[in-house]
Write a protein that binds this ligand. Structure first.
Ligand code: MOS
Length: 725
């Protein structure tokens, strides 16, 4: 189904099931431990062996030899596969770094071997006996040092934009700021490590893994293994978090496939936690310069945002300037990204790539500008709202209610209680409030599904969509239930299997809206099949209460399905509505902090997010997405930073002891409000993404609250206590 006009009234609008607070249909499986994650898949008929990966202990150079003789003789060892054994492999299309194969090392902890044994412990012990000889080369590991030779990245990344005459307008502006902000390298730090089990059957391989994007992985695994895609079967029914770290094929799947082939048995491989940060991808550090000029009344006349980041050769920039092209009005503007070549592990997408670090800078700058103007920061944002793309004024936003979010948030949060900087005290605590706008683009992706109606009246949805903890199972069940006129209990949802129609997958907050739209399209086909079998006119047919009705005839769905059942299959495809209309999501983040006057320790006291993101398909799962994102924003503001060893080129704090994500005690009461809205331009569901919106702006709201509490402006994340004292 091609979606190329604004959505009109359709069965989803009944909102009998969609939009309702349905609890997760997979919740019981998860809370009782019966949901089988990648490493847990167990077929009693198979004898699994365990593979333990070995990562490179240097960042750049060539391996000259690998001695695995001692490892092979160790107890329980079944085999060793090294990167030299497999030779040069073709690299998949989506990773920048090579995952495995050949002698070249591009980054620290790149996989160099996998040791396979009867038990995990035996494999781990033997892995320590592998000896690698190499010639190390000098690498570039320090963004600040490499920035001076940064270049404009590939045009496909749209590295630059401009409108009007920024330089002249900025020079003439009566009120202006020019400031530099830095964000560190960050790690996805998802709960479930990357893990895979591979089992061969002749020349076909089945890989049970932890993937956000089944079809991307399947294609790249086939390329890497040099085989026909049709002979690769991928399964990923449950995923313990991804945040972008599982968008692209990872080496555990490649190692498991080679190891299983080598020993002729199925092999399980998980990346040990200390290997994840350096073996996989991360959110790259940025240096950002922001200049804003305004009239004395607060109207922005000039705005510029430049960002520097680094990546391996062939990689791309962190797109931190993107939101600045769209968020505020102003006739004279420019944005630019510069990319330095670094030999650190691959930089790539982490939750809300671009906007998340971009808003960490922009929304402090806006706070600084409001202060300089003597304006309330909410009033300043409202004054500079725009209903059109400011770089292309003929393109309106499909729907934009940033003002509504900020006004409602201010009222609900008690913004009028905010005091002047460093004036509010409660005992040892300096108290402050901060606000930031939230902004994230609404992306859409083609998405397919197959829906079957059986003779028992059960509707089964099959799609290779994934549920990374987001609630995909539940919102897909709600969609099919609404479309087919049955309860959620009459819908079975099967996800994460490459035998099913190719879906949007989970990423870029496009998953919920795109995948349910694919299910909608398949259900339209199934409704037509039911109507046509019964000889009903599909224009006046009603699906309700497990029945299908037309005029005065009513037939139970089970009966309509008959012995063979009926099937509908389709893919939602997108016309040019994303070209003619700017589709984005908006919000306001409000935070109250206390900062200890003696130690500089920051404690978040209250958080509120108000989100305008189209129709909310399920307020429970959407709220969970947003509070999780707010928690991630708290980590970004206060603690998360991959520390770079700039001599040897690796992330030092590469485990969850050293990479500090928030714990329960760090997180106070969180409130989430969804604006009651629909976006007919976004899809037949009239929904948009919300999972990444919840992160965008949070860290800046915390930074602004810290400033309001202390009068100290920190422009360098994370805002640890040493920076306040
Ligand atoms: Mo998201 S970074 O696209 O999983």
């Amino acid at each position: 189904m091609q979606f190329d006009k604004p959505a009109t009234t359709n069965p989803i609008d009944q909102l009998k099931v969609v939009g309702k607070p349905v609890h997760r249909i997979d919740g019981e499986l998860k809370t009782t431990g019966r949901a089988m994650y990648a490493y847990e898949w167990h077929d009693p008929g198979l004898r699994y062996a365990y593979g333990y990966p070995v990562g490179s202990a240097f960042a750049k150079g060539q391996i000259t030899s690998i001695d695995s003789a001692a490892a092979k003789k160790a107890p329980g060892v079944l085999g060793v596969v090294t990167t030299l054994d497999v030779g040069d492999l073709q690299k998949g299309k989506l990773n920048t770094a090579k995952l495995f194969g050949g002698s070249e090392i591009q980054h620290y902890h790149q996989a160099v071997a996998v040791v396979v044994a009867e038990t995990f412990e035996q494999a781990r012990a033997a892995a320590a006996l592998i000896r690698v000889d190499y010639v190390r080369e000098k690498g570039a590991f320090d963004l600040k040092a490499a920035m001076t030779n940064a270049e404009t990245p590939d045009p496909s990344t749209e590295p630059e934009s401009s409108a009007g005459d920024f330089r002249a307008a900025f020079a003439a502006a009566p009120v202006a700021i020019d400031a530099e902000y830095t964000t560190p390298d960050q790690s996805h730090a998802m709960m479930e490590p990357h893990a895979s089990i591979a089992a061969w059957n002749g020349d076909e391989v089945t890989v049970w893994t932890s993937s956000q994007m089944i079809d991307w992985w399947r294609s790249d695994l086939a390329i890497t293994l040099g085989m026909d895609k049709e002979k690769v079967h991928l399964m990923s029914p449950f995923i313990g978090g991804g945040f972008g770290g599982k968008l692209f094929l990872r080496v555990d799947a490649v190692l498991a496939a080679f190891a299983a082939k080598a020993i002729g048995r199925p092999v399980k491989v998980a990346l040990p936690r200390p290997m994840i940060s350096n073996n996989t991808t991360h959110r790259p550090a940025t240096v950002q310069r922001i200049r804003i000029g305004a009239e004395r009344d607060g109207k922005i006349t000039a705005i510029a945002h430049e960002s520097w980041s680094g990546d391996l050769r062939g990689g791309g920039p962190e797109t931190a300037v993107m939101q600045t092209r769209l968020l505020y009005a102003g006739e004279n503007r420019m944005t630019a990204m510069k990319l330095a070549t670094l030999d650190l592990p691959e930089g790539n997408a982490m939750r809300a790539p671009g906007e998340a670090p971009g808003l960490m800078a922009l929304e402090i700058a806006v706070d600084e500008m409001a202060e300089k103007l003597g304006m309330d920061p909410i009033e300043f944002r409202i004054k500079n709202d725009t209903q059109v793309d400011p770089e292309n004024p003929e393109r309106p936003f499909s729907h934009r209610d940033l003002i509504g979010c900020l006004k409602l948030g201010a009222e609900q949060f008690g913004w009028d209680q905010r005091a002047r900087p460093a004036t509010r005290r409660e005992g040892n605590w300096m108290i402050g409030m901060g606000v930031a706008a939230a902004f994230r683009n609404n992306l859409v992706m083609p998405s397919g599904a197959r829906v079957r109606l059986d003779q028992d009246g059960v509707v089964t949805v099959e799609t290779d969509m994934t549920d990374i903890g987001t609630g995909s199972y539940t919102i897909i069940a709600q969609t099919a239930a609404e479309m087919m006129g049955v309860g959620v209990d009459k819908v079975a949802v099967q996800l994460g299997d490459s035998r099913f129609p190719v879906s949007a997958g989970s990423g870029g907050q496009f998953g919920a809206n795109s995948a349910t739209s694919g299910v909608y399209a398949a259900c339209v086909k199934l409704r037509d099949a039911v109507a046509s079998k019964l000889g009903f006119n599909s224009a006046d047919v009603v699906f309700e209460n497990g029945e299908v009705r037309s005029g005065n005839r009513a037939v139970a769905l089970a009966e309509a399905a008959g012995h063979g059942g009926l099937v509908g299959e389709d893919t939602i495809e997108w016309g040019d509505l994303t070209e003619t209309h700017q589709q984005s999501t908006f919000g306001g983040h409000f935070v109250e902090v206390g900062v200890d006057i003696a130690t500089g320790e920051t404690r978040i006291r209250r958080m509120l997010a108000v989100c305008a993101a189209g129709r909310i398909l399920n307020p429970i799962t959407a709220r969970s997405q947003v509070i999780g994102a707010m928690t991630m924003g708290a980590g970004g503001a206060l603690s998360e930073e991959l520390a770079v060893d700039t001599r040897h080129g690796f992330f030092v704090n590469h485990d969850l002891a050293g990479y500090e994500v928030p714990v329960h005690a760090d997180i106070p009461r969180q409130q989430v409000i969804f604006m009651d809205e629909t976006d007919p331009y976004s899809s037949p569901m009239k929904a948009k993404g919300v999972g990444e919106l919840g992160l965008c702006g949070v860290s800046a709201a915390i930074a602004n609250a810290i400033y309001n509490a202390t009068g100290v402006r920190v422009r360098d994340y994370p805002i640890t206590l040493d920076k306040l004292i």
